[in-house]
Design a protein. Sequence first.
Length: 284
Amino acid sequence: MGNIGVWEFGEKIDLLCEYKQKETIGKVMFCGISHENVEWDSLFLFTVGENSVYLGDDANSCAKLCSLPDKIQCVLYHEESYSVVIITTHTTLLEYKLTDSNKNTSSLKVKLNISGSPNSLQAIWAGKNAIAISSNTTSIQIFDIEKHQSFVLVLSKSIFGDIVSASKVTAVAYNKRKKLLACGTESGHVVLWNCRTEALPEQWKPEKPIKTELPNIRRMIWESTRALIYTVVPDGLNLLIEGRLSKKMNSSLQVIQATQNLSLIHICRCRRYAVCRSRWSPYH
């Protein structure tokens, strides 16, 4: 059994409502829509079990959005069109528009040409309409939800040489403010693409891979207001930090207090990036 509680944080913390489901609650995310000049920012999506998505609010209103025959792997909310995008382990992409009168019928259903491991599939927004999808292969698929077109970013030898050409993508992250797409690999590299132009994804400018000396980056989160990338690896949580040096440094090794434990920072000589190895681990 799974429960969802909605709290309001003010002078005190109040429980507004609670939803109980017979199956386990999975992913939860807030979404906002406007209808007849009324903004609804208290709506949220959540998955129940492996196959269902529900839409709820903070006023004890909850309804099933859809129930699929395949296992749901990723759920995204598209702010531009007030729609929910779902990707299943069978690599089927479906879109449900929340403004439609019949919310139980998908407005888009596409079979994505994705190989790799379905259970390791990750999907994020990489711009206004682009979805970046990784599935433990040597490439990232970019799907344009508006144009219904697909592009592939490949860790190819012709672009990156032998550094990451045989390494699989295990994590993806996107910086909305800087318009940079990052991926982490099983070899511990971080690769960036400059997405600042309005060109097609296949024309995004790749950057030189950064070696983090950390094996098997499982997940990445790019902190939106700061130049930090959080990377999750099997033995802990690490930081990739972007910064400008205000004075010349003779040593390539510096120390900062990233958490309550001591963290070591290795400054890459030819770039603005540094790798932070924290001793704190979420698995201990």
